[in-house]
Design a protein around this ligand. Structure first.
Ligand code: C2G
Length: 130
């Protein structure tokens, strides 16, 4: 039984998110998602278009996601890995190198990013259509 962990705000859920979640789930028997809270998004100087509760509901409807918990700080990842007994932390390749220090706690894997789509690009193209 192996546990995979990933995290992010997952705003305006799109195909790159689904690709990441599907590939992450395939690396374990269970996939847990640390969902960035609004206060953590503010720390990252980001703002989600959807509330935490709505982003949580959308993620839970994805077949690859087994559970979702709030992520409030950068520092909590090591604690989450231990708390949930995670075997592998999976992130997109835009984060390559950022979480290498967590390799003391579990395997850290960066998956190739899906090109040409992101929540920011979607927001910009919706704005351009108005
Ligand atoms: N992602 C991807 N390809 C894209 C867009 C996103 O593979 N075109 C991946 C990201 O690398 C991340 C996950 O999908 O692993 C979630 O993406 P976001 O919700 O945009 O999260 P991000 O802003 O990368 O924040 O502590 C880590 C951060 O909270 C992750």
């Amino acid at each position: 039984m192996s546990v995979a962990l990933t995290c992010g705000p997952f705003d305006l859920l799109h195909v790159a998110h689904v690709n990441l979640l599907r590939r992450a789930r395939a690396l374990g028997n269970t996939l847990l998602v640390g969902l960035s809270s609004d206060s953590f998004n503010a720390i990252k100087q980001k703002r989600a278009t959807q509330s935490y509760a709505d982003r949580d509901a959308v993620l839970r409807a994805i077949r690859y996601v087994d559970d979702v918990f709030p992520e409030d700080t950068w520092e909590q990842k090591a604690h989450d890995i231990r708390r949930y007994g995670a075997d592998i932390l999976v992130m997109g390749s835009d984060w390559a190198g950022h979480f290498d220090d967590l390799a003391r706690h579990c395997t850290v894997r960066y998956l190739p990013r899906t090109e040409d789509i992101s929540s920011s690009l979607l927001k910009a193209s919706i704005r351009a259509m108005q």
